[in-house]
Design a protein around this ligand. Structure first.
Ligand code: NAG
Ligand code: NAG
Length: 443
């Protein structure tokens, strides 16, 4: 027994030592290699082909890497197995490393990449010197990856000496805020960071950063920074900021929107340019503001059983327009009853892009039986949260006559009729003048 535990301890020590020497292992990434099928064109949309591919990642170009010792699966074309050197270790993020046996895998796609001078004016100066360096003559690839649970989106450009299958990452752009939700008026941080291989001849001559906004097919520029002249080339959004110190020191190209507004909802694309290269990541921003609710009248008069009243619930200032309004009634007995959605208005949009919607509810005579009253609540269900508003309803007296009451009333009426008859007989014999006048009329 002691021998076994010693062996166990020794192997554990060896394992920890190995971890310290080689660092946390980088994942082996399963990817799709996607490219246009050759031989088409001529105005037709290009047909795409996709092949299974595998990336073995190492961070140190000197080491053989743990992955390269493994044998790639037989169903993968050896030409699509890549041994990638990534000194920036962006491909080694834990978000790309699913737990053992997890069926969910990060999404990964690689494509052939064609280096070319940028056309946009904030990046064009990077390649002013017009002639392409020999360095560009190589196999270039781009890879885009999405980590598990939306923790990471990553895009890299890699260069492999021609026909070697051993690319190195030259530029990588990533974001840890793949999907951002914010309330109105709050500052919003859209994370974007980049890494460049400082030993590459392309990395010494500056970079440019661009933030584009897209919503339902429409795009606009938010901000563009020309790194060559160290100038903001363009800002369409006055309260969007980059931290230039962080941008130059750590490649932090995160965008801060000072005050979230409804019109900011959409997709933001962070693009980083090096001479001849670019990589970009997309981030979704959703501004979610729950409604503020009010019921009018805010205080209800005391109702008699036969009275009815109309209540209005107004949900104001919400975005997006997805809203469910409904009414509830909590009686004095403590039971809660749904009263339906009432009569709903359409959505009205205010100048700031937020929406307003109302619901009307009729209570009283024609509505449900509310006994002696209770609390009437308007409930608004919205992606930004649930809101409630409540008014108190009091009803006095009994509601409507019962069968017994009706019979008693008939009895009273009959009694009264009898009394009146007796009176008329009694006074009829003495009051002769009245009797005469009646006779005259009849004649
Ligand atoms: C900009 O980034 C630098 C370095 O990361 C940091 O020290 C500084 O506080 C940041 N400035 C602002 C205004 O956030
Ligand atoms: C980038 O800067 C923002 C603030 O501008 C900060 O919140 C974020 O953590 C920074 N990212 C990195 C990777 O340092």
């Amino acid at each position: 027994m002691t021998e076994i535990s010693t062996i166990y301890k020794l192997s554990l020590i060896a394992f920890i030592y190995a971890l310290q020497v080689y660092g946390t292992p980088c994942p082996v990434l399963e990817c799709w290699f996607v490219q246009e099928k050759p031989g088409r064109g001529g105005g037709f949309p290009a047909a795409m082909s996709q092949e299974k591919s595998m990336l073995y990642i190492r961070t140190d170009p000197g080491s053989t890497g743990t992955g390269s010792k493994q044998n790639p699966p037989k169903d993968i074309n050896p030409a699509r197995v890549y041994y990638v050197t990534d000194p920036g270790a962006s491909l080694c993020s834990p978000a790309l490393c699913p737990p053992e046996g997890d069926v969910q895998k990060p999404h990964c796609e690689i494509n052939p990449f064609l280096p070319q001078p940028a056309l946009v004016k904030w990046a064009a100066p990077l390649t002013d010197s017009a002639h392409s360096p020999i360095y560009l003559q190589a196999d270039w690839l781009s890879a885009s990856l999405q980590g598990l649970d939306g923790q990471l989106t990553l895009s890299t450009v890699m260069r492999a000496p021609t026909a070697t299958n051993k690319p190195s990452v030259i530029l990588s752009v990533s974001s840890r805020t793949v999907s951002v939700r914010s309330r109105l008026g709050e500052p919003v941080l859209l994370d974007c960071g980049f890494w460049t291989d400082s030993s590459s001849p392309l990395s010494g001559s500056g970079f440019s950063v661009e933030w584009q906004y897209q919503f339902r097919g429409e795009g606009r520029l938010v901000l563009a920074y020309d790194g060559k002249s160290d100038r903001l080339a363009e800002t369409a959004e006055d309260r969007a900021e980059l931290n230039f110190t962080a941008l130059h020191q750590t490649g932090n190209a995160s965008l801060t929107l000072q005050e979230a507004q409804v019109r900011h909802s959409g997709t933001y694309i962070c693009t980083v340019y090096l001479p001849y290269l670019l990589a970009q990541v997309a981030i979704d921003l959703q501004i979610e503001e729950p409604p503020s609710l009010s019921i009018s009248p805010a205080t209800l008069p005391i109702l008699f059983p036969e009275q009815s009243i109309s209540l209005q619930c107004e949900a104001a200032g919400f975005a997006p327009h997805l809203l469910e309004l409904r009414w509830e009634f909590a009686g004095t007995d403590g039971g809660v009853r749904p009263l339906g959605e009432g009569r709903l208005s359409g959505h009205r949009q205010a100048a700031d892009g937020t929406f307003t919607q109302s619901s009307w509810l009729e209570l009283g005579r024609d509505g449900p039986d509310l006994g002696r009253g209770g609390e009437v609540t308007c409930v608004a269900l919205h992606p930004g949260g649930t809101r409630r508003a409540t008014v108190t309803l009091s009803i006095i007296g009994v509601r409507g006559p019962s069968v017994e009451d009706s019979m008693a009333m008939v009895a009273v009426a009959l009694g009264l009729y009898g009394l009146i008859k007796i009176f008329s007989w009694t006074f009829g014999t003495t009051g002769s003048t009245e009797k005469d006048s009646e006779c005259k009329k009849e004649k």
